[in-house]
Design a protein around this ligand. Structure first.
Ligand code: SF4
Length: 406
């Protein structure tokens, strides 16, 4: 008999699981919120902190990802500070600038708050003079004279940054516009991290990292190398969702197991990542108060998962391997003589199908030059599929993306 036959569907189960999670620890925080006061900033129950590499700064182990409508959600920033979620991550491009403008509006109304926030922004520019223009725009939008950490956004290989980038970072630091510098990466993360650990001038990195990929030898080696080099690491995409929406019976088993322990599967996935002390924090998009409260509760009541918990996650990953793109772009993309951004397109599909953010997915997909988009539709993906260790149906998914993301 299926669960649906009992009148209790998968969806019902996950809804119940979400409500029953350890979010209740935050009930006192979920009442009415008035204006932010210094006393609230110093409230005793906070998300814990960890050192961010060798920067000498401790950051909240939960970071507020800023890819949502911040101008209309000022209250979330206020609550984030009350909960001690004081590492904020945005980008020049998020929401066509609205994300940074929303943060700027918040700092304008709450000038004291800037001193409590470790502020991160980034841009996709590689050319130093364009990077300077983007940084100045970001500072102006956010009503601040500096950011704590500045990222070159989405590098795919270490050669995307070079000595000119280093000189730019040193200059921006000397002018007091940035305190620390680094990059974010969703593709070939292991190689980017390993190579960065040898550079000596990277302060922080944000990379895809979750229960699916954290135990591979290559990822462990890369994370350890960065940790030993004193690079602060922020994990993103920690829920391990992929271009295909997962529908596995194991999900139900996982949910049942963690609900018995008092938390949701989503909270357990965060805990799996926090278990590695080399990871300073997790960046999570939290566009609702419930999600912020649930994630903050997980950070406050964090506990180590058992070997059986991890085995269940591993089984789930095995069963759903072909639903998740692991970012190893060098494998599939080397199958083509022309550049075909398979890994990026898989991520855009994930935004549309798992994050429910089709607008963002369309926006990113449409930024791919039109001649490459045409190639994406008609390319032969047979060789790429043979090289994919997770056996993704790359051809089918790329064609679906071409039709869906318009
Ligand atoms: S499609 Fe396969 S080979 Fe390509 S990046 Fe994703 S997991 Fe790696």
């Amino acid at each position: 008999m299926t669960h649906n036959n009992k009148g209790f569907s998968r969806r019902d189960f996950f809804k119940t699981a979400g409500a029953a999670g350890i979010g209740s620890v935050l009930a006192p925080y979920l009442g009415g919120v008035s204006s932010l006061k210094a006393s609230e900033v110093n409230a005793s129950t906070k998300v814990p902190t960890r050192p961010f590499g060798k920067t000498g700064v401790d950051v909240s182990i939960l970071s507020l990802g800023g890819m949502f409508d911040i101008p209309s959600n000022q209250i979330i920033l206020k609550q984030a500070i009350r909960l001690g979620v004081t590492h904020w991550d945005t980008a020049n491009s998020y929401g066509y600038g609205q994300s940074e403008k929303g943060i700027g509006r918040f700092f304008q109304g709450n000038p004291d708050a800037r001193n409590h926030v470790f502020l991160v922004t980034k841009s996709g520019e590689r050319d130093p003079s364009e990077m300077s223009k983007k940084l100045d725009t970001s500072l102006e939008r956010m009503n601040t004279s500096y950011v704590d950490l500045y990222f070159v956004h989405g590098i795919r290989r270490i050669s995307d940054i070079d000595n000119k980038t280093r000189a730019w970072a040193e200059d921006a630091k000397s002018k007091g516009k940035i305190r620390f510098f680094g990059f974010s990466t969703h593709s070939n993360m292991e190689n980017c991290l390993l190579d960065a650990s040898k550079l000596g001038w990277i302060d922080g990195i944000m990379m895809t990292y979750n229960f699916r990929i954290m135990h591979s030898d290559a990822m462990q080696k890369a994370v350890d190398a960065c940790h030993n080099a004193g690079i602060g690491l922020t994990a993103m995409k920690t829920q391990g969702g992929g271009p295909v929406k997962t529908d596995s019976e194991l999900e139900l088993k996982i949910a049942g197991r963690f609900v018995q322990k008092g938390f949701t599967p989503e909270q357990a996935k965060l805990m799996a990542v926090w278990e590695n002390p080399a990871i300073a924090n997790i960046c999570s998009q939290m566009p609702s108060m419930n999600l912020l409260a649930a994630n903050a509760a997980a950070a406050m009541k964090r506990e180590n998962l058992t070997t059986s918990d991890f085995r269940l996650f591993q089984d789930f990953d095995k069963e759903t391997a072909s639903d998740y793109c692991a970012g190893c772009a060098h494998l599939c993309e080397s199958a083509f003589s022309h550049s075909i951004p398979v890994c990026d397109v898989m991520r855009y599909l994930m935004y549309a199908r798992n994050y429910g953010d089709k607008e963002l997915a369309i926006n990113l997909f449409q930024k791919i030059p039109s001649e490459i988009r045409q190639q994406i539709f008609k390319a032969d993906y047979t060789r790429a599929e043979k090289r994919c260790p997770r056996h993704l149906a790359i051809g089918k998914l790329m064609k679906e993306a071409s039709l869906e993301l318009v």
